[in-house]
Design a protein around this ligand. Sequence first.
Ligand SMILES: Cc1ncc(COP(=O)(O)O)c(C=O)c1O
Length: 387
Amino acid sequence: MKKLDFFNQSIKVPAYVPWISKEDRYAVLKSLSQTMLTLGPTLEKFESMFAKYTQSKHAVAVSNCTAALHLSLKALGIEEGDEVIIPDLSFIADANAVIATGATPVLADIENDGFSISIKSIKQKITRKTKAIIPIHMYGEVCKIMEILDIAKSNNLYVVEDCAHAIGTFYKGKHVGNFGSMGCFSFYPTKNMTTGEGGMVITSSSKLAEKISQLRSHGMTKSLAKRYSSKYPWLFDVKEPGYNYRLDEIRSALGISQLHRINKINALRKKASAYYTTSLAKVKGIITPPIVDDRSHSYHLYTIRVTKDFGMSRNKLYNLLRKNGIRTTLYWTPIHEYTAYKKFAKLKDYPNTKKTYEEILALPLYPTISRSKQKQVIDCIIRNAKD
Ligand SMILES: Cc1ncc(COP(=O)(O)O)c(C=O)c1O
């Protein structure tokens, strides 16, 4: 069988390496000794720790961020006939979550000075059917959330923040995810903290939190703990059919352990990002992402822009890095490019997304990346720069 390139031994600098510590392994092993392997005390502890960290009233853990987005929209009553505005430069999960409710995703452009969904484009896309906006805090940097909240308020729309990249991103003293009706997080292996697969919804509304926790477990009106503390555990109601979007105890245990060191993880990411930025600052044609002094960035991805002045296209640079054993990638191909979503797009409406897509490249970034690995990346870029 042909060996997959993913496991290629010539890779000297991987794009990402998950950081699983001794404590993480111990926490996972310990969780396996419980009698309840799902919907147990570890899940509850993870949720309350997450709520505390993000300073939110409620946190409900689910199987992944796509499920978090889907349930958030469902809980808000989004359904067939409705429209939800999402950025075109986004992961397909946002479109899929909207489609799962029966509603239509409407693709908006991004700004020309960064990666936030464009305010002008949102305004152009609002119709009588629009019910919600899903902005993304792209790569860990807070989006133009205040302007988005203003538009939402004046058009009576919900805002569901996609915080998949943004654990540890604060703005105006508040953790992201607390600005809209809900914030949705991902614990996919490449994210700042991981549970393997996993996700979380935060909200200040008890009603929405309750609805989401019911919908994540088939729509059952009583939690497992409540059922076993009542007279007959089999007695519960289902008011609205739900899903199995549960996060088990094993993943919750890993989540707790990772959350304990999220500030350290983010600090290491910031340090590594700052090293790239200082080292690449003078390379003509390379635009580096901002390094901010406050906590308004979680440094989830380090995405550079390879502009014309660099003298080589992004794809050429990608191939060169690859030949040198350095794996990079980009986030993402715009949603309008995929067969399944073309029908939701008006191709002339995405000039900024298209230009950005041609230029972006995410350099290897993970908390344990060494200076020498980063130096290989930096040297390879500098060696191939025009001047
Ligand atoms: C911005 C964004 N939203 C949503 C998701 C979906 O997350 P999950 O894989 O946990 O469903 C991702 C995953 O990569 C993402 O990057």
